[in-house]
Design a protein around this ligand. Structure first.
Ligand code: NAP
Length: 263
């Protein structure tokens, strides 16, 4: 299977490296189109496939074209590659906010898969939500699912609107987690821990909680109840957070991400 990745940035390279590491694709069948001359030169040293600065016939030969440029660069990209895109090719876009219909119209193909991955895909712990147009066959969709699984977990949704929801939850989500980790680190430092100790306390607490959640079949509320005792320290913290409607404000923040994704 020949794969063309357009955009050799964070996400494009994450995909390329994951496909190679899991042996789903060999370097001889990987093509990367990268506009930036400096980046392209750097990529050529890395043996992750053939690196190109301009679209050409190799675009038409790819079984799958992955669009991994910033949404604001999509118009220019569509104009550059359209002459080489075959209507039967499957196009997988990970660009936030660019609709399947827009991609299909701009490139003259009906086979469009839209996916929303996230940053932990870099280490195989990604979460991707994806959807596809009706013209993508079952076999093509299984191929895409296998590729996405190389970067972590992937779930399919029928409704394209859920891609915007996934952008707000799992796409932006790692930043929310880092935000909470940062606040816990700042609190620990203000209480007298050295920064390195504070980072370890925060990291190991998050990791431990996530592993517990993974291992046993309890809800988050059940875990909160297990940590808290009547009149204790955890209850004091949670009461204070509730009095400041922290949970409400957090959800409002996530909603702002959804609004931005939709617009
Ligand atoms: N980063 C994330 O966590 C994340 C999560 C989910 C989805 N996404 C989506 O993934 C996409 C890529 O994000 P990223 O963080 O990987 O961006 P990035 O690091 O900026 O990579 C994009 C690359 O594409 C190049 N490029 C721009 N126009 C091009 C063209 N016409 N032909 C070939 N290459 C072109 C850019 O070159 P220049 O630098 O010269 O412009 C840049 O090297 C975005 O649409 C984003 O919405 C990202």
């Amino acid at each position: 299977m020949k794969i063309l990745i357009i955009g050799g940035g964070n996400m494009g390279l994450t995909f390329a490296r994951s496909f190679l590491a899991t042996h789903i694709v060999i370097a001889e069948n990987m093509f990367i189109l990268e506009k930036s001359i400096e980046k392209a030169e750097e990529l050529k040293k890395q043996q992750i496939g053939s690196i190109h600065g301009e679209p050409d016939n190799y675009v038409s030969e790819a079984d799958l074209i992955i669009l991994a440029v910033k949404p604001q660069d999509s118009r220019e990209l569509f104009a550059r590659i359209k002459p080489f895109v075959d209507p039967q090719q499957v196009v997988l876009s990970i660009m936030a906010g660019v609709k399947s219909e827009d991609i299909a119209e701009s490139l003259g193909t009906k086979k469009v898969v839209r996916a929303m991955p996230n940053l932990p895909a870099q280490i195989g712990f990604g979460m991707t939500v994806y959807t596809s147009s009706n013209e993508v066959t079952r076999i093509e969709l299984v191929t895409v699912q296998n590729l996405l699984n190389a970067t972590g977990k992937a779930i399919y949704v029928e409704d394209e609107g859920m891609i915007d929801a996934a952008t707000a939850i799992s796409g932006s989500g790692p930043a929310y987690v880092f935000y909470f980790m940062q606040k816990l680190i700042e609190s620990a430092v203000s209480m007298g821990f050295a920064k390195s100790e504070a980072e370890m306390l925060s990291y190991q607490t998050f990791r431990g909680a996530v592993e517990l959640f993974n291992k046993y079949d309890f809800t988050c509320q059940e875990w909160i109840d297990k940590v808290s005792s009547k009149g204790g320290t955890t209850e004091a913290a949670l009461n204070k957070m509730q009095a400041h409607t922290t949970g409400y404000h957090f959800k409002e923040g996530v909603k702002a991400a959804l609004d931005r994704a939709r617009n």
